[in-house]
Design a protein around this ligand. Sequence first.
Ligand code: AMP
Length: 502
Amino acid sequence: MTEDNHLIRELRAASLGREGEVFARLPGGETVSFGALFEGAGRMAAALAECGVAPGDRVAVQVAKTIEAIQLYLGTVTAGGIFLPLNTAYTGPEVAYFIGDATPRVVVCDPGRLEETRAVSGEARVLTLDAEGHGTLRDLADRQEPVAPVARAGADLAAILYTSGTTGRSKGAMLSHANLASNSATLRDYWRFTADDVLIHALPIFHTHGLFVATNVALLSGAQVVFLPGFDADAILDAMPGATALMGVPTFYTRLLADPRLTRERAANMRLFISGSAPLLVDTHEQWEARTGHRILERYGMTETNMSTSNPYDGERRAGTVGFPLPGVEARVMLEGKEVAPGEIGVLEVRGPNVFQGYWQMPEKTAEELRPDGWFITGDLAKIDADGYVTIVGREKDLIITGGFNVYPKEIESLIDDLPGVLESAVIGVPHPDFGEGVVAVVVPEGEGTSPEAIMQALSGQLAKFKQPKRIVVADALPRNTMGKVQKKALREEHATIFTDG
Ligand code: AMP
């Protein structure tokens, strides 16, 4: 009997018999075939096994985005291991925490960080892989014969991804082979990906979006990718006439819109622009359609759940919403233990084959967020309208409680964003001596600009007094992380004493 590795079997199926065909186009014009991709993964698996990686062992990886890094992901899963990618922006102390928590057998880092990584890696074997795909791991892999995938069932873990940890410590979300394979298959079908697609892959691969949504969906479809090491407007615009799909975070779209080379003609061969990981402004959606003729398809997901909802391929892609629960995924909005009526705001819960297996070595945290009957409490505030479209209103922890009233930042942000002279805004709550929290709006102007007074005046007729910002701060830009998410925690810290100073 041949051994069966659930995820690798699924990822290989679409390219079987097409080993010679191109999987990835690299920036220098080089290409990598499906055969070469999986052969390299088999060599990586052999190298990891030689370092002692046995089924269930973690392989922690903090490296640049290269095809070799993709082969390391596939090689780890091939070897039966658990892939643990780390954001390249993480500092030494952060990496030390992840390594201490996950106790990997092997750690792979950039050669420039070898010493500091070694210092925190304890017993783990530390190998290197640089931005060109070279290093001690590659050397070791090149000396191996590719090995066949180690048997792993759907319920076995394939990856641990640490959540961004905006509150408290990062938690390791345990994702099984079946979590990843089922979600990618659902997305492939929902978004109609086939072997004829050419996907522009410019997302980082330490995050669920670039690693699982982009890479796995492409492999599962047998599609080709234009493999870019990061966001690069020139490279994306160059690739667009020969591509069919782009997956991006909202900042990709705003940056591309700022480039006059983005035209309807350039996007003529494209069939699908997908956005997620952070809210896409309605304005961006509308500008994109006006400029390219395409309606961006927005979807929603998170590290713990893979993707949970998506706007439809054929039906109405409703701007400002994240569409419907994906096939096989259930969603409900809960408030004080009860499901709310359509259109009302509460905490979004999701259930389905996409939902993770719990937090690594944190049974209490898992019990707090994952109900015994499978519902995962996302921590996102949302509403589901009568037509079934889900709208994300923000993170529960970003909810403002002022004078005992709940204020949902998105309601105020949407009104401010629509005002002339405003590019975007972020509304936060910070300590206030009378109200507990006071509402503060941080506003980024555009064009002619605007003034706090003009904004206040515009809002006063539209919002109840308690929702109106007590202070408006004009800023050059909003702080964002690499996935384009506005860092509200940083804003709250920056403006923490705005009502208490003096
Ligand atoms: P991460 O686990 O880093 O992928 O972050 C997941 C979080 O990003 C979710 O819980 C949401 O708060 C947010 N998010 C993801 N996609 C969207 C979207 N399309 N619209 C609004 N928020 C989103």
